[in-house]
Ligand binder design. Sequence first.
Ligand SMILES: [Cu+2]
Length: 155
Amino acid sequence: MRATSAIAALAVAALPAEAAGDLSRQDPIEVTVDLGTPETPFGFSPNRIELETGKLYKLVLRNRSELPHYFTSHEFSSRVFTRKVQVVATVGGRKETLAEFKGAIREIEVYPGHSAEWWLVPVATGRLTDLQCGIRDKDGKTHVEHGMVGEIVIR
Ligand SMILES: [Cu+2]
């Protein structure tokens, strides 16, 4: 009797887990990162981004400074599935999507006063310390040298 129920329990445990379905079609969790602000022209805000695997994120990369900035992390781009990147603008008081990009993304440059939306699902964990903007400024220093670095933690 006991052996039979143990076998039954084993049989249940051996069944494949229910599939999670299309992870890229969940309701997105919106995370906004400023690539430069009027107060801090060289910096990611927040400069520590925490994400979880298997969830769909709408990562809004917003540049409120007067300089172009990159969101570059090759460690990050190799750990996410990109559903799309959207360029959104307010046209005549209404938010409109101007363009949509699909496929693997390695880095995104956002021009002053604009933003881009990176829809992605992290698929691998890690503590990534290579987030940076490598643009060289007029003073000859890169934005990294001005402190434009950050960290991404994927759990
Ligand atoms: Cu920059």
